[in-house]
Design a protein. Structure first.
Lengths: 111, 117
């Protein structure tokens, strides 16, 4: 079983709609969680950290469920520019906070 | 934000040759840099952690003699793929954290796409 698993998608989303997807992690000792965005053939860029109480950044909402060991990302009012691959990233202190990346969830926003 | 620059962006080489990829932190000092490899439609896989002034720490399954890492200064780490073969064709990305705190945010270089013929 992979340490960090994501539905690869693609999620085809009409412009203006809401899309949400999850990421599961296997190590219960995981400490920190992040969502990164990666555009085609580009480097990943931090979208947002995920806090225990959940957090929101504009149209993006991240949630953490430690009991079930998953995090989620919700995108409201999708824009064409939201089309990208969203990478779930997990770190745990025992591994020196080394980051483990999920395979990514591809989102395609269409007019 | 912090900038990490990688060079070259693209490289095509013949099988058996060696290729060097540079990773520079442009506006901050990076005591630690990370090298990742990403095959098409797959996740980033950490290859090694590059430490300034000391030996790199390689992940399990990564051949240290094939992927030579040098981190001679606080702003430059290099990855040399020695005797490259077609299966080494991949997207290689470096990254660095700002400062000593493990905040989690990594700044990534633009990546280097290696094609071995």
């Amino acid at each position: 079983r992979k340490e960090v698993e994501q539905d690869p998608g693609p999620f085809n989303v009409p412009e203006g709609a809401t899309v949400a997807f999850n990421c599961t992690y296997s190590n219960s000792a995981s400490q920190s969680f992040f969502w990164y965005r990666q555009d085609c053939r580009k480097e990943p860029k931090l979208l947002m950290s995920v806090y225990s109480s959940g957090n929101e950044d504009g149209r993006f909402t991240a949630q953490l469920n430690r009991a079930s060991q998953y995090i989620s990302l919700l995108i409201r009012d999708s824009k064409l520019s939201d089309s990208a691959t969203y990478l779930c990233v997990v770190a745990y202190r025992a591994a020196g906070n080394k980051l483990t990346f999920g395979g990514g969830t591809r989102v395609l926003v269409k007019p | 934000g912090a900038v990490v620059s990688q060079h070259p962006s693209w490289v095509i080489c013949k099988s058996g040759t060696s290729v060097k990829i540079e990773c520079r932190s442009l506006d901050f000092q990076a005591t630690t840099m990370f090298w990742y490899r990403q095959f098409p439609k797959q996740s980033l896989m950490l290859m090694a952690t590059s430490n300034e002034g000391s030996k790199a720490t390689y992940e399990q399954g990564v051949e240290k003699d094939k992927f030579l890492i040098n981190h001679a200064s606080l702003t430059l780490s290099t990855l040399t793929v020695t005797s490259a073969h077609p299966e080494d064709s991949s997207f290689y990305i470096c990254s660095a954290r700002v400062g000593l705190r493990n905040t989690g945010e990594l700044f990534f270089g633009e990546g280097s796409r290696l094609t071995v013929l």
